[in-house]
Design a protein around this ligand. Structure first.
Ligand code: NAD
Ligand code: UDP
Length: 319
């Protein structure tokens, strides 16, 4: 049985990944400090004989007993309001946390996967974004703490590969959505769904003409497992090239929820990227991977999940 360690395994993506790894026959060790997630995300896995949770902050030394075949480094605040509230934690987990996760992989002779992001492209001047585009990031802007931490993490991962011969892979994940996003995490899709279901105004920033390309979580996780099990190193984009404006996204959520909420235009955050769409030719060529879940179906499944949740109060971290 192959053994996987996943940092940030209790988060939105991490919890889906834990589930899929267990389903593919892996033993899974989940490391998380619940900085931006709830234990409820993995409560259903706690009784599984191949699943173990260790409450750990990966900016400290990571100790895992026994053999490890793969380390998947997903720990990091990921939503803009989280990393704006947690700038130092974000920089630390992207730098020191990545170093410790790489050190664990080196110690165990494991393959290492870094969860990087489309944010390394910043507010892009090339469209769509291929992996050989270097990006357009403001290091001292509010998003710099996240973007630069991930860019540093990519550089560190590359150095472990070239200098230590570690088997590493870098995936650049584009906006992904689905069940288990926090209603108050501030990202567009959970925010719009929460507002639409509550009959509150749907808050679209700027004039809503900025675009994103959104991928349903099941598609993304399938691609992640294929990449882990390949011998590729990346960087590799994974995301859904279906691009739409944020205003179109808000209208689609309103339509699918049957909501009467008005759309309200609010101030656009500083350095908010104007366009984003992945060039996924590399993933298609090397993994034969393509997203399969259309927007309407993915949104419908996510809305159903949110309908089944008890309304949550906004907490200290906007949870
Ligand atoms: P999330 O906030 O739901 O999950 C992150 C997890 O990391 C949480 O469980 C959090 O408690 C944990 N964590 C944070 N700091 C930690 C630390 N120091 N030690 C241990 N655990 C820590 O976010 P997500 O959307 O699931 O994102 C997961 C990863 O994927 C992140 O690295 C993020 O940058 C990357 N990513 C996500 C997306 C997306 O659209 N969801 C897009 C690009 C990249
Ligand atoms: N956005 C919005 N209303 C909200 C939350 C987000 O219009 O209540 C916008 C945000 O300004 C950005 C887009 O939606 O233009 C996507 O934001 P998200 O935080 O989901 O992803 P990211 O900006 O990190 O790609």
């Amino acid at each position: 049985m192959r053994r996987a360690v996943i940092t940030g395994g209790a988060g939105f993506l991490g919890s889906h990944l834990c589930e899929r790894l267990l389903g593919s026959g892996y033993e899974v060790v989940c490391l998380d400090n619940f900085l931006t997630s709830e234990p409820g995300n993995i409560a259903h896995l706690m009784g599984h004989e191949s699943f173990r949770l260790t409450r750990t902050d990966v900016t400290g030394y990571i100790h895992v007993v026994g053999d490890v075949d793969v380390v998947l480094h997903f720990a990091s605040p990921a939503s803009p309001i989280d990393y704006l509230q947690l700038p130092i934690e974000t920089l630390k987990v992207g730098s020191i946390g990545t170093m410790h996760a790489l050190g664990l992989a080196k110690e165990k002779g494991a393959r290492f996967l870094l969860a990087s992001t489309s944010e390394v492209y910043g507010d892009p001047q090339t469209h769509p974004q291929p992996e050989d585009y270097w990006g357009h990031v403001n290091p001292v802007g509010p998003r710099g703490v996240y973007d630069e931490a991930k860019r540093f993490a990519e550089a560190m991962t590359t150095a472990y590969r070239t200098h230590h011969g570690l088997d590493t892979a870098i995936v650049r994940i584009f906006n992904t959505y689905g069940p288990r996003m926090r209603a108050h995490d501030g990202r567009a899709i959970p925010t719009f769904i929460r507002q639409a279901l509550a009959g509150e105004p749907i808050t679209v920033s700027g004039d809503g003409s900025q675009t994103r390309s959104v991928c349903y979580v099941d598609d993304l996780v399938r691609g992640l497992i294929q990449f882990v099990e390949s011998d590729g190193h990346g960087p590799m984009n994974l995301g859904n090239p279906h691009e739409l404006s944020i205003l179109e996204l808000a209208r689609e959520v309103k339509r699918l929820t049957g909501s009467v909420s008005p759309i309200e235009f609010i101030a656009k955050p500083q350095d908010d990227p104007m366009i984003r769409r992945p060039d996924i030719s590399l993933a298609t060529r090397n993994l034969s991977w393509k997203p399969q879940v259309p927007l309407e179906e993915g949104l419908t499944r996510t809305i159903e999940w949110f309908r089944g949740q008890a309304p949550t109060e906004e907490g200290a971290l906007g949870r």
